[in-house]
Design a binder for this molecule. Structure first.
Ligand SMILES: Cc1ncc(COP(=O)(O)O)c(C=O)c1O
Length: 389
């Protein structure tokens, strides 16, 4: 048996080392508190689940779904964009449901990247941007997200010869892992850059609804000209706490949406229909839980930031996302510091380098942990700090 060489181009999965260590410690009976995973602990609102259960009893939903999704779902997605962002989308041509946005993000590279082509990818970033590029045979040019630039890429520093070879640029605001946000002004610069260099933009907007302090993150699709050169990926995972149900969407440029549809229709048969109906209910039903859940995350954010400060880890106050991107003390690598927290305090976090080399010097902590466990975790961090003084 000979596996394809492209598999060898995938980098080693950096989180594996930490996951293995967590599993070993847990097998020994140790209680590890994990701040490592961005998966909401709060439940999917019950009206959504009830809708799904009803739909699951309908024999029409036992059958294969279609890649394009139910017209009703595409319509509900377009309506949601109109209500939330004032962005008008044609549900037949500018909206495509995805089996979670990760799936669409990974497959999008197949629509643009030929062997040897470049994608512009932020560093640090959500790994599928660069991994999809590798699987399509291309390479990533990494755009550093520096704290002094508010974790935004500086387009001016991208060499012309790189921009000429690039087919696609990935952006993601509110940002995982840094928690940074982008302004309309930044999105306008991105559109100008794409127009100048004839490249497409994929903006990942998975976290626009997880926001604090009355801040409302914008959509890239609100930018003049965005629909001519780009699409936006969105997800019901973080907004409606539906990570397990797998519903996302891509919206925007009709040719790009159609290209992704052509790839996907050859590979998958869409989202199970009862889940599509649940997604319609999520998008059209009560949105009250969003503010309630954000208030919970905001409280957790403030408590954890205070403790991190007390133990000497500095972090900006994120206006959105449920992540804290904390600077570690000098003299440690992100990986060493992550291991130290795990072994000495029983706390699991993600090393910044799991998101790219610019993540060195940082760790990411997720607020998707119950209030009790958060309290225990914070006490442990404080006790660990006192012991190690
Ligand atoms: C930036 C970003 N985009 C997309 C996703 C994937 O979300 P989905 O559940 O829709 O696949 C995640 C999940 O963690 C994410 O952090």
């Amino acid at each position: 048996m000979e596996l394809a060489k492209r598999l060898n181009r995938l980098p080693p999965y950096l989180f594996v080392e930490i996951s293995k260590r967590v599993a070993e410690l847990r097998a020994r009976g140790e209680d590890i508190i994990s701040f490592a995973i961005g998966d909401p602990d709060l439940p999917t609102p019950s009206h959504i689940i009830e809708y799904m259960c009803q739909a699951a009893h309908d024999p029409a939903n036992y059958r294969y779904p279609e890649t394009a999704g139910l017209p009703e779902l595409r319509k509900a997605m377009a309506e949601w964009y109109e209500r939330r962002f004032g962005v008008t989308l044609n549900p037949a041509k500018e909206v495509l449901p995805l089996i979670g946005s990760k799936e669409g993000i990974g497959h999008m590279a197949l629509c643009f990247i030929e062997p040897g082509d470049l994608a512009l990818v932020p560093d640090p970033s959500y790994p599928p941007f660069s991994l999809g590029t590798i699987l399509a045979g291309g390479e990533s040019y990494f755009m550093p997200l520096k704290e002094e630039n508010d974790f935004l890429p500086d387009f001016e520093t991208i060499p012309d010869e790189v921009a000429v070879r690039a087919k696609l640029m990935w952006l993601n605001y509110p940002n995982n892992p840094t928690g940074a946000v982008a302004s309309f002004d930044f999105f306008e610069k991105a559109v100008h850059f794409a127009q100048k260099h004839n490249l497409a933009i994929c903006h990942d907007a998975a976290y626009t609804e997880v926001a604090f302090d009355d801040y409302k993150p914008p959509s890239f699709m609100q930018t003049p000209g965005a629909k001519k050169i780009g699409v936006e990926f969105h997800s019901l995972s973080k907004t409606y706490h539906m990570t397990g149900w797998r519903v996302g969407m891509v919206v925007g440029n009709a040719d790009m949406v159609d290209a992704l549809f052509r790839v996907k229709s050859n590979l998958d048969s869409g989202i199970p229909q009862s889940i599509q109906y649940a997604a319609v209910e999520a998008l059209r039903g009560s949105q009250e839980h969003i503010a309630e859940h954000n208030a919970i995350f905001q409280q957790r954010r403030d408590k954890l930031l205070k403790v991190l400060n007390e133990i000497g880890l500095t972090a900006r106050i994120p206006k959105a996302t449920f992540y804290i991107w904390a600077k570690i003390p000098q003299g440690y690598t992100s990986m060493d510091f992550t291991k130290k927290l795990l072994d000495e305090a029983g706390i699991a976090v993600t090393p910044g380098t799991g998101y790219g080399k610019e993540g060195e010097g940082y760790i990411r902590l997720s607020l998707t942990i119950s209030d009790d466990r958060l309290e225990q975790g914070m006490n442990r961090l404080l006790a660990w700090r006192r012991r190690s003084k």
